[in-house]
Structures are given as C-alpha cells and as structure tokens.
Design a protein around this ligand. Structure first.
Ligand SMILES: Cc1cc2nc3c(=O)[nH]c(=O)nc-3n(C[C@H](O)[C@H](O)[C@H](O)COP(=O)(O)OP(=O)(O)OC[C@H]3O[C@@H](n4cnc5c(N)ncnc54)[C@H](O)[C@@H]3O)c2cc1C
Length: 467
C-alpha cells in the first residue's frame, strides 16, 4: 500500500468506516479508482458475536472482554468507556437496535430533513432494519397493548438490523444480526479494495491545506506513509479526535462537544400468566418526543432476545434482561477529549483523556427518567425489584452506554463545528470524518443508524468529487 496513491483511504472498519467502504465500492464499481483501508485491529470474528449459535448472556460476558478493552480506568470522568480494536469495530458486539433520530433532533442538524430521510432509507435497506424481529411474540404484543392503552401511543416494536430472510436459491441469509463485516463483504462483492489489518493510523499528513495521506505503523512499530487524495477517518468518537489532534489539524471544535446518553437500568420482571406460549422475544421502544427527553427500551425475556440453542423453559414469571432509559445529554463545548503528549502508547500515539460532566439540565433529565421508568412499568404491569425499599434502578457511569458522539460534529460554523455538512474538516480539503464523531446531536436515540446514513452520504459526496 505504501507504493500506491489511493483515491480514497479509510481509517477504521466499524459502523462508519464499513458503511463508507461499502458505498464507495458500490458507486465506484467499474471505475478503476483506488480504495484502501487501514484497520488497527485484527480479524477477530467474521460476524456479530450474537450470531454464534451457542452465544448467550453468560457466554457473551466470557467471550467479549478480550476484545472489548476497558479504557475507562484511566479516564476518571468517563469511566464506563470501552474500545474495540478489531475488523468490524464495535459492531461485532453491538445490539443492532436501530431507531432513527427523532425529528426534534434532526431539525437542529445542518442536513435537510428530506435528504436525511433518503439516507436513512438507504441505511435501513442495506442493514436489513426491521420491526418484525418480535413479530407474533405474545410478550411484546401484550406489553405494547398495555402501553398503547395507557398513554404511550408512540411505543413500538424495537427496530433491529436483522436479516430475517430465508436462505434460498444460493443466497445466504444466515448472518442474522448485522455487523460491519457485512458491509465489507458487500463491498468486496462489488469490487476489490486494499485492506491492511494490524495497522494503526497515527497521523493524517497534510500539504498546503489539503490531505496528502496517512502515517501508519506496522506491528513491529515501523512507520510508513500511505498517500491518498481523500482520507476518511472512522476510528470512533474517542479515537478519531486522538488521530486528528496528534496530527495538529486545526479546529477549535475537534475533540469538543462530546455527548452520550445518561443511562438508567432497572431490574424488573413480568408475569406472563395467560400469555400465549412460547412468549417469544421482547423488544419495545418508547421513543424520545418533544415533551420526553429520553427513550425507554425493553429487551428480553432474560437471555432470550437473541436466537440460540438454549432450551427456553415454560415459566409464568420472566425477568426483563434489559429495561433501560437513555437520556438526552446537552452538546457542550466543556465536554471534550484531549491528548496527553507525555503519555504515549506502544505506537507512539498520545493517550487520550476526557473532560466530562453532566449539566444541571442533564441531571434533571435523569430525575425525570427515574420517575418515567416506574410509571411505564406500572402501565405495563412490569415489577421493578426493590432494594431496601427503593426501586432497583441503577445510574451507570458516563461512557457505559457506548454511544459517545459529537467530537468532530458537523455544522456550518467552523467556530462551533469541526466538519462541514459533508463531514469534511473545515480547514483541510479532502479530509473527511465518518463515524459517531460527526453526529451534530444524538438526542436520546441509539446513534449508529444515523452514523451509517451520514457515512453513506459522505461517500456519495466523495464519489461526485472524483467525477
Ligand atoms: C455491547 C455494545 C452494544 C451496543 N449496542 C448498540 C445498539 O444496539 N444500537 C446502537 O445504535 N449502538 C450500539 N452500540 C454502539 C455502536 O457499536 C457504536 O455506535 C458504533 O459501532 C460506532 O461506530 P464507529 O464507526 O463510530 O466506531 P467503531 O464501531 O468503534 O469503529 C472504529 C474502528 O476504528 C478502528 N480504529 C481505532 N483506532 C484506529 C487507528 N488509530 N487506526 C486504524 N483503525 C483504528 C477500530 O479498530 C474500529 O474498527 C453498542 C456498543 C456496544 C459495545
């Protein structure tokens, strides 16, 4: 790769990187343009961990930790953070819950709503987003009906990026829960691209305000330069600013406006006496609305949301594995990622540090969520367990939601945003960002579908530029 000059070089293969690679390969299928990809991690798994037939909650906890590295122990204000260095990034482990951003958030974005609608459609199609995952499940239907009957008309089945089609006529559909590996496979089926794994990018190289390439390291710590006319950095909302700041890319917003979700999780159960058996999978979302600055989500029962080979007992009392609330966190300059030049990793990349605190508005949302979870539970006839007489609802450490975003947010004003509305860094022509970093706001919704939609849009913009 050091001998080529690429038309586009992508850093990272998670949700944002994978989506850009797929779209570039699809749109440039017959063109002879050169596409390169560098990935810090190795091939860990060729699919989402939850597609492994023997995977269940207990195995997930055993299996995931070696690749999901806690970095929070050195980030006191962001102690829940984890990083995944692997081909496919965090999408190897994600839950594939894929709501759109609510309109009340999208109106704040610099991209026209109609255009977002189009790119959401493309993203939903390529990721197989469906609400049919819980089709005919009595536990989902009964609880949804209770919500609809008691003041939650917007409650809905959980949208999941899951391929539910049958394998037939030679077309494989065995990879149910989506991961970015599917993007890479779809890309490769359209045209070749060069891929280097175990190759951390450490610096973006620029020349007279234009991107010139990327300095990367080999496993034996040798540096080399890969030249490219366009570079897309998709290393995640914590790692992308790390690379940009290490490269001296100018922009006062780079690393700033770090947002995530405040995160409450309840221990709860429901009586399914009288429900049709088997009760099926539970997947419900109560989305953010104008008056509700949070989202509620229920999954279960117990470990049975994902399909697998465990016998499911007949029971009339089921635990809800995941009853949680994600709250809107203000996008503030004061929350940011910065680098510590005196503290470097094995490749010479400065470590990051995070400055993060919830605002008083964010804390008020948490209080609201706490009451809202109890209210919704009562309407669904779900029992929240108690501990010493208090509802067992835990407030998780910042970073535990894995939804960090906004650290290179897009916008029109270079003073308050890092990129323009196509994800291109304001001060460097040809340098693009396509991962959670560019999201202008994330409201209370899971962010990844929006990242994918924007990454596809950025790829289309680059394709137009390439002519
Ligand atoms: C357990 C779990 C469950 C989740 N569930 C959901 C969910 O249901 N719905 C949802 O919307 N979101 C969910 N998320 C969050 C979701 O995974 C992220 O929003 C999404 O993956 C972010 O995509 P990204 O491209 O920004 O980053 P990532 O997916 O983290 O990808 C970053 C990529 O960059 C690579 N990289 C990093 N540094 C370098 C470097 N220096 N050089 C080269 N490569 C580099 C990494 O190896 C990785 O491949 C979940 C996350 C976890 C961990």
């Amino acid at each position: 790769m050091a001998k080529q000059e690429y038309d586009v070089l992508v850093i990272g293969t998670g949700a944002g990187g994978g989506a850009s690679i797929w779209r570039l390969c699809e749109q440039l299928a017959g063109s002879g343009k050169r596409i390169g990809v560098v990935e810090r991690g190795d091939l860990f798994l060729p699919t989402n961990v939850s597609n492994i037939p023997t995977m269940n909650g207990a195995n997930f906890r055993l299996y995931a930790p070696p690749e999901m590295k806690m970095i929070g122990n050195r980030l006191p204000e962001y102690a829940g953070a984890k990083v995944v260095y692997a081909l496919g990034g965090r999408t190897l482990f994600w839950g594939a819950v894929t709501p759109r951003m609510p309109l009340s958030e999208l109106v704040k974005w610099p991209v026209p709503i109609e255009e977002m609608d189009l790119y959401y459609k493309i993203a939903e199609q390529v990721m197989n987003v469906t609400t049919s995952y819980t089709q005919d499940s009595s536990i989902t239907e009964v609880l949804l009906n209770r919500l609809w009957a008691h003041g939650y008309p917007e409650a809905d089945k959980l949208p999941i990026a899951a391929d539910l089609a049958q394998t037939s006529y030679g077309k494989l559909h065995s990879n149910v829960l989506f991961s970015s590996i599917t993007f890479l496979a779809k890309a490769l089926s359209r045209r070749p691209f060069d891929l280097a794994v175990n190759t951390p990018a450490v610096e973006v190289v620029t020349d007279k305000g234009k991107v010139a390439g990327v300095k990367v390291m080999t496993l034996d710590k040798g540096p080399f330069m890969i030249r490219s006319k366009h570079v897309i950095v998709s290393a995640s909302a914590l790692q992308t600013p790390r690379i940009l700041l290490n490269s001296g890319i100018p922009g006062r917003s780079i690393g700033h406006y770090l947002t995530n979700h405040s995160y409450l999780v309840a221990t709860a159960s429901v009586s399914t006496k009288g429900f049709d058996d088997p009760v099926g999978a539970l997947g419900i979302i109560i989305p953010q609305t104008e008056g509700r600055p949070y989202q509620l989500q229920l999954q279960g029962p117990e470990q049975y949301f994902n399909y697998h080979f465990d016998h499911k007992p007949i029971k009339t009392e089921w635990g809800i594995s995941f009853f949680y609330a994600s709250g809107l966190v203000e996008s503030r300059y004061e929350n940011y990622v910065y680098i510590e030049p005196g503290n470097r990793d094995e490749y010479g990349l400065p470590e990051i540090q995070v400055k993060f605190a919830y605002s008083s508005k964010d804390e008020a949302v948490v209080q609201e969520m706490y009451a809202a979870m109890q209210r919704a539970a009562e309407r669904m006839q779900v029992d929240i367990a108690t501990l010493d007489g208090t509802p067992a609802i835990c407030f998780f450490t910042p970073g535990t939601d894995y939804h960090e975003s906004g650290t290179c947010r897009m916008g029109v004003d270079p003073d308050t945003s890092a990129t323009n509305l196509y994800g291109e860094i304001h001060s460097v022509s040809g340098l693009f960002i396509a991962d959670n970093s560019v999201l202008p706001t994330i409201g209370a919704a899971n962010p990844t579908l929006s990242t994918v939609a924007l990454a596809i849009r950025t790829a289309d913009h680059i394709v137009r530029r390439l002519g």
